[in-house]
Design a protein. Structure first.
Lengths: 244, 244
């Protein structure tokens, strides 16, 4: 059963301020909760249906599981869809990664769904670190976590002073612009930072000045732009096809 | 002003059954309404703020515009965000396209947002025709239209008997599967049909039997799958880089 106080906490963790104050975030839904077991994240406890706990006994054995009805879980969830499981997880303390390998940098990407989709496609292409400007969406927003489809456990998102980070890195910085060189014609280094701006403002001047290569996805039709997550995926594919 | 009857119609057009009965659909939001003016679609009338009408006088001159307050438009809208304009548009009568050029076929893609994103990326890559199984999301669902970011005016979506269509086509059918040949190593013909299944079920057997080439996006990390719209975009990029 979910106690009154527990329910209060679950509700609170829908808000960024409360997540920060408690140092906790929510992982909701069957797939995402099962992915938790494979991650290095520290789980406080998991609320789940008796069915879900029974079916995943081995995977969940090292966690404190609290049985709850699907009704109560749905009421407690910050997401619309039904939830067989909700986990309360500690926000990890991350140190900014050394710039190496292939990385993604995000400048002002404010939609949590887009951030989650970028985490998922980053994971597909084997990228472990995303550096994000402090005004990007919160990586621990329930909508972000949900959109990652479990990839939140394998990709670390570091919110930091982005221009400062780019300045100190020695890697090439591939910045996505509408007027860059076609990614079909760019020679990508094996190590580098792919810098993506927001859909509305693009890469801002403070970050743009560290770009070593302006790149673009060639257009063949009438659409004016692509969604930032879509563009990230397409460019990553172009980089990995050269360096795999 | 939006009359009571007009408001009733706008609300009704949020539902598929009512769209079908009236032969009408909604185009909402500034960008999408302005894209209408460039399309061949037949517009019944446009509800818009005085500001929006004044600013876009030339573009909108051939349409019947009805002035309304932002408040009334927001109340009338089926979308959450504010709306400076809502257009009532006739659903066009389409004839199934001859299989030629590069096309997309969708098998059971049921999320309207995904369908809209696929329409947008199809437009980016210069594709004019999408054929979709009858159980795909409605191309005239307000969420679909909104996600196309204006591309609904340049890409036609034909709902039809998909296996039957694929059977009669003489083009290669590139089917996306988790266990196909890497798109980085596939030689694509200039003309062909890219067949995408739903995220949950993939391409179903009835359509799969017409696939001439099973293809896949190579994975480099831990994610198990990609969103269907993302996968469509990445594969289209791989096809167009060979045939541009």
């Amino acid at each position: 059963m979910i106690s009154k106080n527990q329910l209060k906490l679950l509700r609170a963790l829908g808000q960024k301020k409360q997540r920060k104050a408690h140092g906790l975030f929510l992982v909701q839904g069957e797939k995402n909760v099962l992915e938790l077991a494979e991650s290095n994240l520290t789980v406080q406890h998991i609320f789940a249906t008796a069915d879900f706990i029974a079916h995943n006994h081995n995977t969940l054995s090292r966690f404190e599981c609290i049985e709850a009805s699907l009704d109560d879980l749905t009421k407690a969830s910050t997401l619309v869809s039904n939830n067989a499981a909700i986990a309360v997880v500690e926000i990890p303390t991350l140190t900014a990664p050394t710039a190496q390998g292939l990385m993604i940098a995000l400048d002002g990407v404010q939609d949590p769904g887009n951030l989650g989709t970028i985490i998922r496609v980053a994971d597909w292409y084997g990228i472990q670190h995303i550096v994000a400007s402090t005004d990007c969406a919160d990586p621990y927003n329930p909508k972000t976590i949900s959109a990652t489809m479990g990839s939140f456990g394998r990709v670390q998102v570091h919110q930091l002073d982005l221009p400062n980070y780019l300045e100190q890195s020695n890697l090439p910085v591939y910045g996505a612009f509408l007027e860059g060189v076609s990614v079909h014609k760019t020679e990508f280094a094996a190590e580098g930072i792919l810098l993506m701006g927001s859909e509305s403002h693009g890469v801002r001047a403070e970050a743009a000045k560290y770009v070593t290569d302006k790149i673009t996805i060639p257009a063949f039709g009438g659409a004016e732009s692509l969604n930032v997550a879509m563009a990230t995926g397409i460019i990553l594919d172009n980089i990995r096809r050269q360096n795999s």
